[in-house]
Ligand binder design. Structure first.
Ligand code: MLT
Length: 255
């Protein structure tokens, strides 16, 4: 069953949809709006279970999360969009590429990864679901901001969002992340333009792992942001906006 997503829109032109990571919301992208809205139609939803979108009872799947995005595009009259996914949003972007490739004009991962969870990681996520069910949003989630960034104001910004995270939403989405398939071959085989944006100090997705994915791309395109961790769109918004604008320009020129 699809969910109607809360969405904010800015600008006109080629649609670019940016999907936030876990357990955040669309507001992580707001600093990019002034630069991007001049060149493109920027679409910023809250994924199910996050922000102002409904938190249905889980477990969720990446397919359902992708279907929500397609439902949103249908209601906005968007036939094709560039997609950018931050961390968990990148997993949803890869699900869109897997199930709805005809709806994508380009795909960029932002501090995200193509691999599935290793067995220990999957086990830990399933244990977290039980923990959150019994105890609510606990230490594991509330301590996330320190891992997201070394920058105090970015930590504070993320903490505010995380404090409002939905217990039901967190449980639903942990299940979707635990069950996602490996998407390395899918990513490397994409027919549409693809790019990776990565923070050099990311404590969650190590830069080395993304360098090794980028080396295997048909057209390697890795934008490394120094002075950034897992939240480059908040830590270095101008650099991230410039990378996205270069990507949009490339897509326009190669269409
Ligand atoms: C995120 O930032 O979206 C999450 O850390 C992703 C994950 O837990 O795999």
């Amino acid at each position: 069953m699809t969910t109607k997503l809360y969405v904010e829109e800015f600008g006109n032109g080629l649609p670019i949809t940016l999907l936030h990571g876990y357990p955040l919301d669309h507001s992580i992208w707001m600093e990019l709006v002034p630069q991007i809205e001049k060149e493109a139609r920027l679409i910023l939803p809250d994924l199910r279970g996050h922000g102002k979108s409904p938190a249905l009872q889980g477990p969720y799947s990446m397919l359902e999360m992708a279907e929500d995005v397609v439902g949103m595009w249908d209601s906005l009259g968007v036939e094709k969009s560039v997609i950018g996914g931050h961390s968990m949003g990148g997993y949803v972007a890869l699900a869109l590429a897997r199930y709805f490739p005809e709806r994508l004009a380009g795909l960029t991962l932002v501090a995200s990864r193509t691999n599935a969870d290793a067995p220990e990681k999957r086990k830990a996520r399933l244990e977290s679901i039980e923990d959150v069910r019994k105890n609510g949003i606990g230490d594991a989630i509330l301590s996330m901001p320190e891992k997201l960034s070394y920058n105090n104001s970015v930590q504070k910004f993320c903490r505010e969002i995380i404090l409002d995270a939905s217990q039901v939403g967190v449980m639903g989405v942990l299940a979707a992340m635990a069950d996602r398939p490996d998407s390395l071959d899918l990513f490397l085989g994409l027919e549409i333009p693809s790019m990776i944006i990565a923070g050099q100090n990311d404590q969650i997705v190590p830069i080395e792992s993304l360098r090794s994915v980028a080396q295997k791309m048909k057209r390697p395109w890795l934008v490394e942001i120094s002075n950034a961790g897992h939240m480059p769109m908040l830590e270095e918004p101008k650099e991230v906006a410039s990378a996205l604008l270069a990507f949009i320009q490339f897509i326009k020129e190669n269409n």
